[in-house]
Design a protein around this ligand. Structure first.
Ligand SMILES: [Ca+2]
Ligand SMILES: [Ca+2]
Ligand SMILES: [Ca+2]
Length: 214
């Protein structure tokens, strides 16, 4: 069994609470990947420069009821190479953002190549891992496709930690009908994915489809 497959099985088992194949010290399933901006065209990290690597960002949220330690959590793209290691604790409902520049600093500290978060603009996966002894558990994963990755367009869970993804596309509107759909709201780095028009626009799109001629 491959290491990745084993990790997937263990993660699913531990976090579902159905059957535990291997014990984990804590389930980090309450921490979720919450928002991703993979193709920056602005200075998102505030260092007075716009950079394709340093201004990418990934936001996580603690969607559970209690505080959780982040010390064992890592981020990767689809290559499964770790791009960032978290530290500290995250209170219920709080967010943590990782910019590409944070990733470069972490990689440098750990003797890795300075590739940053390495979020492919043609589509990629973002994975959140938990190191548990000798095991690496997959806590959360999101795979984005090309229309989610254009200049300054983020893709985000609505509401925070929820199962629906929408584009936060105020800076680069999307009018297509391939999910995730546009919300008209601006990206929300390190803040709640609040989007007052999202529910309304989603409902309107659903409504239109009901009356469309096949
Ligand atoms: Ca910057
Ligand atoms: Ca990118
Ligand atoms: Ca956000």
């Amino acid at each position: 069994m491959s290491r990745l497959l084993r990790s997937l099985i263990v993660a699913a088992s531990v976090c579902s609470g159905v059957t535990s194949i291997l014990a984990a010290p804590a389930c980090h399933g309450q921490v979720r990947i919450n928002e991703i901006l993979a193709d920056p065209a602005s200075d998102w990290n505030g260092d007075a420069a716009t950079h394709f690597r340093d201004d990418e960002w990934i936001e996580i949220v603690n969607a559970g009821p209690g505080s959780v330690s982040l010390d064992s959590l890592r981020l990767s793209d689809a290559s499964n190479a770790f791009r960032y290691g978290f530290s500290g604790t995250l209170s219920s409902g709080d967010h943590r953002i990782v910019y590409g520049s944070d990733s470069v600093a972490w990689e440098s500290e750990h003797g890795e190549s300075s590739v940053g978060l390495s979020l492919n603009n043609g589509g990629d996966s973002v994975r959140l891992w938990q190191i548990s002894g000798a095991e690496t558990l997959l806590v959360d994963e999101y795979t984005y496709v090309s229309h989610e990755v254009v200049d300054d367009r983020s893709t985000a869970r609505v509401p925070d930690g929820g199962d629906t993804w929408l584009l936060f596309d105020a800076l680069n509107p999307y009018s297509g009908e391939t999910p995730p759909l546009g919300s008209g709201c601006p990206p929300t780095p390190a803040e709640s994915n609040a989007c007052p028009t999202a529910v309304e626009s989603t409902s309107w799109t659903t409504l239109k489809r009901l009356f469309e001629t096949p």
